[in-house]
Design a protein around this ligand. Sequence first.
Ligand code: FES
Length: 182
Amino acid sequence: MSEQLPPTHECNPAKTPATADAMPRRSFHLAVIYICNAIMGLALAVPTILYLFVPPRMRKQSAFVDAGDVSQLPVGTPVEMSFQQSRVDGWRALTEKRTAWVVKTAENNVVAYGPQCTHLGCAYHWEEGTKQFVCPCHASYFSIQGAVLAGPAPRPLDRYVTKIQDNRLHIGPLKVSEEAKG
Ligand code: FES
């Protein structure tokens, strides 16, 4: 009894020349699909890795923010200006509304005070009648230069670092003022 052998490659009637041509084409299509998948994977992975592993503070962030046009501000009268400032809280980058009391002292020269009283941090305001900054919480008074005139405030008003470019006020970090001596 003779055992029937499977047909060899050479004599396989199913392997026509047309089928042989189809193999490289199928390989080519598979290669294209793999390359497309790899590109899509990279496109998704790169931003994800940046988000997860690069802390927000390492991403480029300007120290100054645009607080507005100062060309129309009256000289010698404080104006409260608001602006958006970004800060990092852990892994989150937050944008918050901030304010500054801005005094234009001359053309292209301004001073921007932090909005909180240097006693316990209440919001103060400008009183045009007396030409003083007044904190109503415990009655501290400040001059237009930010100096303490009366009350429990231990030091002058804090000032933002500022610069002016093309009539736009750019506000930087808040510098804590030094405690009044004596
Ligand atoms: S917080 Fe302003 S006087 Fe106390």
